[in-house]
Design a protein around this ligand. Structure first.
Ligand code: SF4
Length: 300
């Protein structure tokens, strides 16, 4: 990255009381300029805690929206405004209302990778890390779960609740090829296999651990293994290599989220220069969606 951009980012950050947040799937160059790197919920909590005047979010749209829900006083700008999430696009509030009609006694639990419109119809949100806990805490024996079918299928194996799962999926994780994972395992037989629950079910059966990105970091920290095969978006390899330079990591397959790659240092600079209001959430949805996110944070 040219020094001029680096210096401008540092200057504007100070001048505007800004904080730069980057998801662990972001390109390495963006992770390096961020004040904090983490999963979407960690970053939203940081946004709420920091109460910065301006939050520049390097990730995809639903993440910036979640940060705005938890820190409504901050201006939250998505650095790459066109970056969206194929999983979040899979299910709408109207889809959930239709499911509720079909299963009138069921509570709705929605993965945080979802639109505000869907969150607003939901009893509680969940992350991949606390999905089982949130489903178990739901006030009914039946739970509507969406939008991710792979995460839902995995949660169903971990709970006594009856799940009605929406058939959505992340294009990047769903397209992973199990032959790539088996090839890596043959090359690194001593490695631990850590797989994200958005991956196809067959990946989860092959995994030593099924974990979200935050869980992967905590697991590597306490593990005595030297090598790890990582079943999630490839940006996570850079994150793990940065945190644990003496360990070795390899991707379980080609899991690439193009939208995560849209962010560039130039766009971060543009976001810092921006004088618009950033992410806006319609007031009729904001309180309901925020309450679903807050319920999740209260459960765990
Ligand atoms: S990796 Fe999948 S779930 Fe994550 S932002 Fe990209 S499309 Fe959405």
């Amino acid at each position: 990255m040219p020094n001029r951009i680096k210096e401008e980012i540092a200057r504007l950050k100070k001048e505007r009381g800004a904080v730069i947040l980057a998801h662990s799937y972001q390109p390495g160059i963006i992770q390096d300029i961020a004040d904090f790197v983490g999963d979407s919920l960690e970053l939203s909590r940081i946004a709420a805690r920091e109460s910065a005047e301006l939050v520049v979010f390097c990730g995809v749209k639903f993440m910036a929206e979640t940060a705005k829900l938890l820190s409504p006083e901050s201006v939250v700008v998505l650095a790459a405004p066109d970056s969206d999430c194929s999983l979040a696009a899979c299910m709408t509030g109207a889809d959930l209302r239709m499911m509720k009609k079909k299963h009138p006694g069921a509570s709705a639990v929605t993965y945080v990778n979802s639109t505000v419109d869907l969150k607003a119809e939901t009893w509680a949100c969940c992350t991949s890390a606390n999905s089982v806990e949130v489903v178990n805490a739901a006030p009914s024996d039946e739970v509507i779960f969406g939008p991710d079918r792979n995460l839902g299928t995995w949660v169903a194996t971990q709970t006594k609740k009856i799940l009605h799962i929406w058939p959505g999926g992340c294009h990047a994780h769903s397209g992973a090829d199990i032959r790539d994972l088996r090839e890596k395992r043959a090359e690194w037989p001593d490695a631990e296999i850590l797989v994200h629950p958005e991956s196809p079910s067959v990946f989860l059966w092959e995994a030593d651990e099924v974990l979200g990105t935050g869980g992967m970091i905590r697991h590597v920290e306490k593990s005595s293994s030297e090598r790890f095969i990582i079943g999630t978006e490839e940006g996570m390899i850079y994150r793990l290599e940065t945190l644990f330079p003496s360990r070795q990591f390899v991707a379980a397959g080609k899991i690439v989220c193009e939208d995560m790659g849209f962010t560039t240092p130039e766009l971060v600079l543009k976001a810092l220069e921006s004088r618009d209001d950033g992410i806006e959430i319609p007031s009729e949805l904001a309180e309901k969606a925020a309450s679903a996110v807050r319920r999740m944070t209260e459960i765990g």
